[in-house]
Design a protein around this ligand. Structure first.
Ligand SMILES: [Zn+2]
Length: 129
């Protein structure tokens, strides 16, 4: 059976398009969710409502605490969005899935858990200590 193999344009360098599309879809899904939360002002967990009627019944401390929590979750969301955008950029550049610190490949399971991960597990653990 003759197969000259000259038309093989997939599996070129082990970074298969299927994987890239899988992670791209995951990242876009997460980004869309964050953007939706940003637009609606809705919090992912434990909605903090600060409309006029309710603020009246909250103590000043409670209101300040709720506001601080809301600002903190906004801040985290913006950081997360930047991480996701950066990961999408790495996908486009063909640099996705490599540890920033040691240049080793990041474990696939870790990327499935967090496609925006920038470090392999051992470097991430070192960074967090
Ligand atoms: Zn590493």
């Amino acid at each position: 059976m003759a197969n000259n193999g000259n038309d093989g344009n997939n599996d070129s360098d082990g970074d298969s398009d299927g994987d890239r599309e899988f992670f791209r879809a995951r990242l876009i899904e997460q980004r869309d969710e964050l953007l939706r939360v940003r637009e609606t002002g809705e919090q992912a967990a434990g909605t903090v409502e600060l409309d006029q009627g309710k603020v009246g019944r909250l103590s000043r401390m409670d209101a300040m605490q709720a506001q601080a929590m809301s600002q903190e979750s906004n801040r985290r969301r913006e950081i997360r969005l930047r991480q996701i955008d950066a990961a999408l950029g790495r996908l486009d550049a063909g640099e996705f899935g490599w540890c920033f610190d040691c240049d080793e490949e990041i474990a696939r399971l870790r990327l499935e858990f967090d496609p925006a991960a920038t470090r392999c597990l051992s470097c991430a653990e070192k960074a967090e200590i």
